[in-house]
Design a protein around this ligand. Structure first.
Ligand SMILES: *[C@@H]1O[C@H](CO)[C@@H](O)[C@H](O)[C@H]1NC(C)=O
Ligand SMILES: *[C@@H]1O[C@H](CO)[C@@H](O)[C@H](O)[C@H]1NC(C)=O
Length: 199
């Protein structure tokens, strides 16, 4: 029991330190921030407003390659590959969402970025693999990391987070979401909270 307590406690402090890094980054970079936060044992519950974004589905590749491909399409959208032929400003973080089956990631990912709120009506993409998207505001279970992790470490981290949420009887969409704030490993890992699982 003592060991379990220590493990949880170390994770808790790592989570807090990583969250501080994200907060600092967002303070300097003006990224989209949660409107409400609940601090839990070793993760947080955050409510994000999702005003607008642009996304693309990438299939048949490992996650890192899928992110590169997806970001290139989204970058192209923001740089003239849109109906207005203009620059559409986008904002950190960039986000990948996917699912895991039997401890392994499935090779279908949704890659998205946010469009800044100043763009009132984003132009339609000209690339048919790219779509505009907006979601209602939603709650997420979120854990922050500030060390670069890779490949199977993502799978392990997603699995551990999912197990922690299950242990706490939380209701959540099993698709994982990873938001990248920097190329140095500053990320949020999250699951969308199902607020009313029976209704
Ligand atoms: C992005 O645009 C460049 C320049 O037009 C083009 O060469 C490239 O194929 C595009 N990439 C994707 C993924 O659509
Ligand atoms: C996952 O494991 C179960 C049980 O071993 C198996 O029936 C199922 O086909 C597996 N799914 C995939 C996608 O490998």
């Amino acid at each position: 029991m003592l060991r379990l307590f220590l493990t949880v406690s170390v994770l808790f402090w790592q989570q807090l330190a990583a969250q501080d890094e994200v907060d600092n980054f967002c303070y300097e970079n003006d990224c989209i921030e949660p409107v409400e936060v609940i601090v839990a044992k070793n993760y947080e519950e955050k409510k994000f407003l999702h005003p607008q974004g642009v996304e693309t589905v990438v299939r048949g590749m490992h996650m890192n390659r899928a992110i590169e491909t997806g970001l290139e399409r989204l970058f192209n959208y923001s740089h003239f590959s849109n109906a207005a032929g203009t620059i559409v400003p986008i904002s950190a973080p960039w986000v990948v969402s996917g699912s895991m089956e039997n401890g392994t990631m499935e090779q279908t990912f949704i890659i998205s970025v946010l469009i800044v709120a100043e763009v009132i009506t984003p132009p339609e993409p000209t690339d048919q693999t790219v779509q505009l998207g907006s979601r209602p505001s939603e709650w997420y279970y979120v854990r922050a990391f500030d060390q670069k992790i890779d490949g199977q470490q993502y799978e392990k981290a997603v699995t551990e987070f999912r197990q922690d949420l299950e242990q706490d009887n939380q209701h959540f969409d099993p698709r994982f979401i990873i938001s990248f704030y920097s190329t140095h490993g500053l990320i949020h890992m999250g699951f969308r909270k199902i607020v009313n699982p029976h209704g």
